[in-house]
Design a protein around this ligand. Structure first.
Ligand SMILES: Nc1ncnc2c1ncn2[C@@H]1O[C@H](COP(=O)(O)OP(=O)(O)OC[C@H]2O[C@@H]([n+]3cccc(C(=O)O)c3)[C@H](O)[C@@H]2O)[C@@H](O)[C@H]1O
Ligand SMILES: Nc1ncnc2c1ncn2[C@@H]1O[C@H](COP(=O)(O)OP(=O)(O)OP(=O)(O)O)[C@@H](O)[C@H]1O
Length: 538
């Protein structure tokens, strides 16, 4: 038996387009001699469809596409995921289609409702395992167990399928990327294999969907828990795996895993590519400052979209150092992107003179700093309106944590590329990208970070050193540790209180921030729901 795994990039809500893709993949797999085609979770509607799942008409559209698949797909057993409205209940389902009829339908039994998942809002859990019979070409049969994504993270669904006689388990998935996720998945599958003694094929979707990036990286493991196939991460692939003598046979698909920094870089590139592409923007615009955040954002945008779709704008003020201008020119020269320089001093001076009567007797403070950031934001948004291109914001996770960014200033824009990337990781990613080709000038990487909003300003004057800030942030935000636990781990009390206080008082900024790619187990997106009005310290 030859099983095809289609790790493909669906678009949420594009019922017809996704179904067209499944039909094309089924044709290709049939021509290659495959007996079964396994596609990802909810392949027909994309994942996560969120509140589209509350609309009855959505299910009607899905039903029509399933009808098309039943009528069209021929000569192969197709396993396809879709939402199902049955009686009073909605399910996360997968249907097995063969020769113009439905062979089996499975309703996901374990619904994830943590991290970025909220499937209990939409679906009821299924109650029956699904094992269907596959007729082999030699007349023998194989019993196949079908589970969906979260099911395989728990003991019972796989064990129940095994008890019902399954000889092989197939799992469609929509499992989003975060750092170190693939190792976790492989361990989980190995545990299920140990418990059931059955080989497992894990087919994951690939592509960006708003803040989530799905990395694909589908794989298959034999009865010994040994990988017999490993598909690539972050790109589509149709792969074939043989099942014979009651086990999966080693295949030619053996992709080496990416390093952690490479996988984060690829996730950011795919996240930008799909957000811009799937939302049909003609390109992107970035404010380029000569600092590392905008330099890395520019590199990612060019890798995602191509140089011809990216435009960089340098907007010097009286505080802009000569090296900031020189390094910006150097970088755009290396990349070949369209580059403009717009001086903001005349505009800044006009604002200050308009406000002079109101500011009499008041000394300069962050007001003037923020004005500069807001002038830049206004100019970038004007270019966005005129060209249709999306402004990419450049703030990183350390800045999002501490509120070190200006509302309607450098926070103005549609997609925050580095929103979940700590500043220390910004450096690692920049160095990594330069190992592929040297596009970020060295001085941008080694100079101390500065907002250049007043004379001789350095980030480190306002914030703890980034290695300390980032470590406290990870413990508090991602690991849910308390202030006391972080202090007990050896961090300076004043630093811990400062970072956690800044985090708390800047919740309002995060609520108004653009979405961005999630690359950690806990980003400031779907999985971060803190109250703004909040008296809790701890
Ligand atoms: N709880 C709340 N709910 C709703 N709104 C609230 C609020 N608290 C304040 N606000 C509003 O927000 C305003 C303050 O926010 P905002 O105007 O953004 O200004 P603010 O946070 O005071 O200042 C921006 C900070 O970011 C730094 N910065 C700016 C630009 C770039 C960079 C960089 O290096 O990347 C750093 C800058 O040096 C400064 O320290 C208040 O005036 C008030 O109107
Ligand atoms: N002179 C400038 N020209 C164009 N854009 C700018 C300029 N200064 C700041 N920006 C925009 O505002 C963002 C915030 O930058 P700022 O320099 O204040 O802090 P930063 O966090 O150190 O960022 P970076 O490392 O990119 O400089 C920049 O990433 C850039 O997009």
């Amino acid at each position: 038996m030859k099983i095809a795994i289609a790790q493909f990039n669906s678009i949420v809500g594009d019922l017809q387009g996704n179904t067209d893709k499944v039909i094309a993949l089924a044709t290709e797999a049939t021509q290659a001699g495959a007996d079964i085609l396994l596609t990802p979770e909810l392949a027909i509607c994309g994942y996560p469809p969120e509140d589209l799942l509350l609309r009855p008409s959505f299910y009607q559209g899905v039903k029509e596409q399933i009808g098309r698949l039943i009528d069209t797909v021929d000569g192969i057993t197709l396993i396809v995921g879709h939402p199902e409205w049955s009686g009073e209940e909605r399910y996360n389902a997968a249907t097995v289609i063969r020769d113009g009829r439905v062979l089996a339908r499975y309703q996901k039994m374990v619904l994830p409702n943590n991290e970025v998942f909220d499937e209990c809002r939409y679906f009821s859990p299924g109650i029956s395992p699904c094992v269907f019979e596959h007729k082999n070409r030699d007349g023998s049969t194989t019993q196949i167990g079908l589970l969906i994504c979260e099911d395989i993270w728990w003991v019972d669904p796989a064990s129940e399928a095994a008890e019902m006689g399954a000889e092989l388990i197939l799992v469609p998935n929509a499992s989003p990327f975060h750092m170190n996720k693939q190792g976790v998945r492989q361990n989980i599958i190995q545990q299920r294999i140990e418990e059931t003694g059955l080989p497992i094929i894990y087919c994951n979707m690939v592509g960006g969907q708003d803040e989530l990036v799905f990395d694909g990286a589908s794989f298959a493991m034999n009865k010994q828990g040994k990988a017999v196939a490993q598909l690539p991460a972050f790109r589509e692939e149709l792969a074939f795996i043989e099942y014979s003598n009651n086990d999966l046979v080693p295949s030619i698909h053996q992709c080496e895993p990416l390093s952690e920094v490479a996988s984060v870089y690829e996730a950011l590139v795919l996240g930008v590519k799909d957000y811009i592409g799937k939302n049909r923007f003609p390109g992107a615009i970035i404010g380029l400052s000569g600092g590392i955040d905008s330099a890395l954002t520019l590199a990612i945008a060019v890798d995602a979209l191509g140089a011809d779709k990216v435009r960089a704008v340098m907007m010097p003020s009286q505080y802009t150092a000569d090296i900031s201008l020189a390094d910006s020119r150097d970088m755009v020269g290396r990349l070949g992107v369209q580059y403009d320089e717009i001086a903001i001093k005349p505009i800044f001076d006009e604002f200050l003179s308009a406000l002079a009567p109101q500011f009499v007797g008041l000394s300069p403070d962050t007001t003037e700093e923020n004005l500069q950031a807001r002038i830049r934001g206004t100019l970038l948004m004007a270019l966005s309106n005129k060209t249709g291109r999306l402004v990419l914001t450049t703030g990183n996770k350390s800045e999002m944590t501490t509120g070190y960014a200006t509302l309607y200033g450098d926070m103005a824009g549609g997609f925050a590329v580095l929103k979940d990337v700590a500043k220390t990781l910004v450096y690692k990613l920049s160095n990594y990208r330069n190992t592929i080709s040297n596009i970020i000038p060295e001085r941008i990487i080694i100079r101390p970070p500065t907002a250049e909003l007043r004379p001789d300003q350095l980030d480190q004057d306002s914030l703890p050193p980034y290695d300390i800030l980032d470590a406290i942030m990870e413990r508090y935000v991602e690991l849910n540790q308390s202030q006391q636990e972080i202090i007990a781990a050896g961090f300076n009390t004043a630093d811990v209180l400062r970072v956690t206080r800044l985090l708390k008082i800047n919740e309002y900024k995060r609520r108004q921030a653009a979405i961005g790619v999630r690359i950690t187990p806990r980003g400031f997106g779907k999985d971060w729901r803190y109250p703004i009005t909040n008296r809790y310290d701890g």
